[in-house]
Design a protein around this ligand. Sequence first.
Ligand SMILES: Nc1ncnc2c1ncn2[C@@H]1O[C@H](COP(=O)(O)OP(=O)(O)OP(=O)(O)O)[C@@H](O)[C@H]1O
Length: 257
Amino acid sequence: METTGTTIVEFSDVSKYYGDRSDQPPALDGIDLSIERGEIFGVIGESGAGKTTLLELVNGLTTADAGEVRVDGTTVAGRSRREMRMLRRGIGVVFQGIHLLSGRTVRQNVALGLQISRRGGVRRTHAEERAAVDEMLAFVGLAHRADHHPAELSGGEKQRVGLARALVTRPPLLLCDEPTSSLDASTTAEVLRVLLDARDKFGTTIVVISHDLEVVKAICDRALLLEKGRMRELFAVKKTDLRTIPSYHEQVKRELM
Ligand SMILES: Nc1ncnc2c1ncn2[C@@H]1O[C@H](COP(=O)(O)OP(=O)(O)OP(=O)(O)O)[C@@H](O)[C@H]1O
């Protein structure tokens, strides 16, 4: 992935339908969006609002029915398999649920991130790979856990291993789908710290889905509120009183229940 220009992800009038257009509303409808390099960008909204679909359009897991998605100025759709591998090499992904391999150690799980990029054509010596993995484990604060297995880790530690695996190739772009769901407040803070550090140390652009406005408040520069596939609000987090964001009240209601 190139590193010129300030915009890294662009959506131009993007719509996405699943199934029959005549009897189903679009999962995403007319999305126009630019995400800037080095930004931490939040995507919020109720279940089914289209958040995951938006992330999947960025790394080509799904394709738009109308409009265009560009990463680094190049259209995501219509790429050859090789071009798609090149695109994905520059995108780290942390999806809901952590998916670590239980039979492998923490170090081996993180090394998987490098194996995937090897398939994309990147060559490193064994010593370079080991150094990259150890450096990333230190970065997420888990150097002391390198030889443990996932079952021995807390939820927050597992999530940080998932982040280390996604970041070990130093992708310019990181996509996170609910990285802190099911974590308590203190482990959530540890994971958010890693995301902030990744942006500050490596310049990683991060797009993060969360149902939790506190997460958005803690780390995001801007955020998009999706509602039934449409852009309801796009706002600069620090300049916005989150109580004016419609889903704030829904979140408070959920927390009181
Ligand atoms: N593979 C699919 N096939 C059919 N419909 C789908 C598919 N994936 C998503 N949808 C539908 O598209 C809409 C948007 O789904 P999406 O998963 O993007 O929302 P979301 O905001 O991420 O939801 P959640 O917070 O529950 O994960 C929903 O109505 C969903 O049912």
